[in-house]
Design a protein around this ligand. Sequence first.
Ligand code: FAD
Length: 539
Amino acid sequence: MRLPITSNFFDHGAFIVLQLALPSFFAKLSINPLRFLKFFASIGVITTPLASSYAIPIPLGESKHDTRVLILGGGVAGISAAKALHQQGIDDFMIVEARSQLGGRMKPVLFGAPGRQYTMETGANWIHGTQSGEGPTNPIFALSEKHNLSTQANSYHGSMTTFDHTGQVDYMDTFNTAIKDYAKLMVGGGGRVPGGLVDTTARIGYSLIGAKPRTFQERVAEYYMFDWEYAQTPEQTSWIASSWANNFTYNADQGGFSHENLLSVDPRGFVSILQDEAAEFLTEEQVVLNATVETIKYSRDGVSVIFADGSSLSADYALVTFSLGVLQNDDVAFEPPLPDWKMEAIHGMNMATYMKIFLQFPEKFWFDTEFALYADEERGRYPVWQSLDMGGFYPGSGILFVTVTGDFANRIEAFTDERVKSEVLDVLRSMYPNTTIPEPDAFYFPRWHSDPLYRGSYSNWPASFVSGHHANLRATVRDRLWFAGEATSQKYFGYLHGAYYEGRRMAKYVAKCIRNTNCKHLEHIKEVLNSGPYNMDID
Ligand SMILES: Cc1cc2nc3c(=O)[nH]c(=O)nc-3n(C[C@H](O)[C@H](O)[C@H](O)COP(=O)(O)OP(=O)(O)OC[C@H]3O[C@@H](n4cnc5c(N)ncnc54)[C@H](O)[C@@H]3O)c2cc1C
């Protein structure tokens, strides 16, 4: 069934935020779940049994629950899980989403002064890695091809201008050295795995390969290669995990897709590929929008979720795809509380922040390259600038944006918009000391870290998070609660394709349990131990 996509605009200060909404009748469904239930109970949807040939633990006819599977969260993981269930003939599921549309962290806004508005991606924007020859295809790339997404290749290393606080200064040699150091870091980190060497931070890795940035310029060049990808510092990040996140995505020799980075420049928004895909197989009764889960109750008999308005839904299984940040911040309560081994895994992984700050000027006055680096005395202070006012992107738009990450981003989220704007303009003025820089016509940045539906942008793997923790992050709780999302992906944590694969994988496990064919739960490790005991008996 093909569902139309509609757009729905609302004012948001100086710019207009675009909601690339699911079909209007989905939106009409975004009602109190109790009303939703009554409506579908009245037309018999909820009690429709699956084919009786399936051997299932709780035969549907006898199920005391509202549905077989509650998919909690309508982002990439939720939609890919739903699709995998559907492909296996299981359609008795419901996707529960707090927002008024599907997409999660694929979140476009319409940005700009009246008459000069463009679609900006506040969340995911790039397809990282596409395909090399006959090698594996990034599933997000495949979706973008299928749904005719407009993209533009972004040259990460080949189109750069360099600045510091005195203005434009050529330190491309330093930048090129940072590119080579990062490549060595990635090889070194990956090389520790076959030998069983212990993990360390990426900072230690950098030091061991002899890369010790000291000048502001060396630091910003390193920042661009590292923090701008992982949204945290080398000190906060695992050497091994950052290597495989890089290699399995970008390095075709290591099973990755390709080095290519495609930026979505589609006016419908990057999210349109997910919403178009969802519209192909979801029916209206399978999606509950505007429904914020407050509590998840679980036992060996099943799961029930309680919504903010006090209503509830129950199921045989739930697949939790809420972000790691949501789980860390107790935005959703679990009854009984999640076991210690799960909590240690949830809190052991990091939720990082990646913040894009958009500015629109009457006309372009800046660099002609795709990117610019600004070396401040403070590492990570408004360092990476990106022009959209150029061929292939949004020529004539007057738009550029600066990205900040990690603790710096978290800190400035607490500032007013005016204060951030003033700091950003000060930096631009020091980059262009001889240019009169006007006030921007439009200014916007999202606050991912304080948003209770996300609490950050994407996960990042610290050196203290070992493979036992990772197994526990994914492991099933009491046979009924399953977990998926970008953060549970070992090879692709942080990425859209990580969320996609994890949603599919967990749905396949759940499908086996529903059919009672080779039903396997993901086992947990009760206590994650050191690889070897410490010897405390030393002088
Ligand atoms: C700023 C930014 C830039 C990024 N850039 C890229 C990029 O360029 N390329 C890339 O590959 N990846 C990028 N990512 C990462 C990518 O967006 C994520 O990996 C992916 O979208 C995660 O999907 P998910 O399904 O795991 O989680 P989510 O998208 O977070 O889905 C979970 C859903 O649960 C909903 N939810 C949360 N709490 C509740 C509740 N209590 N009740 C009901 N619903 C709830 C949320 O609204 C959300 O829709 C970026 C992310 C951000 C934020």
